[in-house]
Design a protein around this ligand. Sequence first.
Ligand SMILES: [Zn+2]
Length: 97
Amino acid sequence: MIRAIHFTDLAEMREKRLAGSIYAGKPDDDGEIAFWYCCPCGCGLIAPLNAGRNFKPSGAGASWNWNGSQTEASLIPSVNHVGHWHGWLTDGYWKAV
Ligand SMILES: [Zn+2]
């Protein structure tokens, strides 16, 4: 398992590129956020997921239900970064399937 270290500054997260680190953006009017993660495989890639705080955004495209915690973050469903890594973020830890 990999600890999901959370950053409060996206620029700092981009600079350090720690595998599995996360950054939760500010909610928009619909309560949706950009949930940024650094690929747990260690490649350094950083990408945003469309997530809702305690709900799964509807509409086109993939989306995730985030539990609202930065320190013990969970996402549903699993995160599949095709060709890199596939697994779950649960209570602040990434676990590969
Ligand atoms: Zn990767």
